[in-house]
Design a protein around this ligand. Sequence first.
Ligand code: NAD
Ligand code: MG
Length: 397
Amino acid sequence: MIQSNANTTQNITVLGATGSIGLSTLDVVSRHPEKYRVFALSCHSRVKELVELAKIHQPKHLVTSSKADYPKLKAYSEETGLACQVHLGNDALCMIAADEEVQVVMAAIVGAAGLLPTHAAVQAGKRVLLANKESLVMSGNLFMDAVQQSGAVLLPVDSEHNAIFQCLPQQGFCQKSIRKILLTGSGGPFLQRDLATFADITPEQACKHPNWSMGQKISVDSATMMNKGLEFIEACYLFGVAGDDIEVVIHPQSIVHSMVQYADGSVLAQMGQPDMRTPIAHTLAWPERIESGVASLDFSQLTDLQFLKPDFARFPCLQLAIDCAYKGQAATTALNAANEVAVAAFLARKIRYTDIFKLCLATVEQTPDNKLSSLADILECDKHSRLFATNYMETLL
Ligand code: NAD
Ligand code: MG
């Protein structure tokens, strides 16, 4: 049974503080100064913004993972007269995630870069608020084993998984009483676009999500629905379920954030505004509830909630990710790596939107079905897959 932490102040580290999730986290935290004290903040290259955040939240530590930007971070924080220590690199990220003064870690670095610091927080037995879905996609079994061993409290920030967590019985998924987890996704900006024009999609169009405001990488993932595929894999590990226990449902309005369908025909849904401060506040306070700053739903305005089957011809990345969930860890790690390479290349206008799928498919197809039993194995598979995807890209240019 989790003890209530209502009357104690918790120290929080925010990994990826300058990002969309990081900023929303600091927004919620700043509404509850009696509950949360910011211990450490990290960023990659936006060091000036990090210093601005440090002025407000007064953390003990600032970390950048960018060697090129470290001198700037040091200079800015000295100019500002900040009393915090400034660090560089992965070891420092792991240090602020595992420090004994920290109780809560928001894991909101984007991509595989979040793997080691998120693992460090888990291994140190923290309350881990997990936004960095890529770390579960890459290392799900190891990750969940480490949670078991360390006694970490793992709470899903991803809105769908947070919704499922809220709709599941307290003891978790149960095959006898549950028919399906219904994982909803909006379908992104290209749900209705003419398929014949997909090769012309620009980064600006792909990043313009109809309902959510997010970082660039997850915005492109939402457009291709690779995001829903990564979430399918994430759900398998988080809730200990098989692929057959999950069904993807398109829900363009993003009001229902996911559902659980029970054996007796009941369906429990979690609903709310498409604002990440709701799941963030839920994971911060669970099992209690705190104010998040998110407006209430006005049901008189919710006249048209739609639910559709996904069209896999439109969203081949979704099908590929689901196939990888059945294949195992090597396939999901390779998929994640190839997708990161592909999305970065698409954003840099080096490849077409439609090449993202081609690159991911080719990378997964050449990945041997090896068992990955350590973080070193996973990092090796990640490295090899990135190399393959980068070389394969040349054939597309
Ligand atoms: P973002 O791009 O807005 O922010 C990413 C953060 O990670 C920034 O602080 C950046 O400085 C840091 N970062 C980037 N590269 C790094 C590197 N190489 N090493 C260390 N730090 C690095 O991303 P976001 O939208 O906030 O997403 C963060 C994570 O949360 C992703 O894994 C995403 O899938 C997940 N997530 C986001 C949302 C959302 O609404 N934004 C919803 C669900 C899940
Ligand atoms: Mg999500």
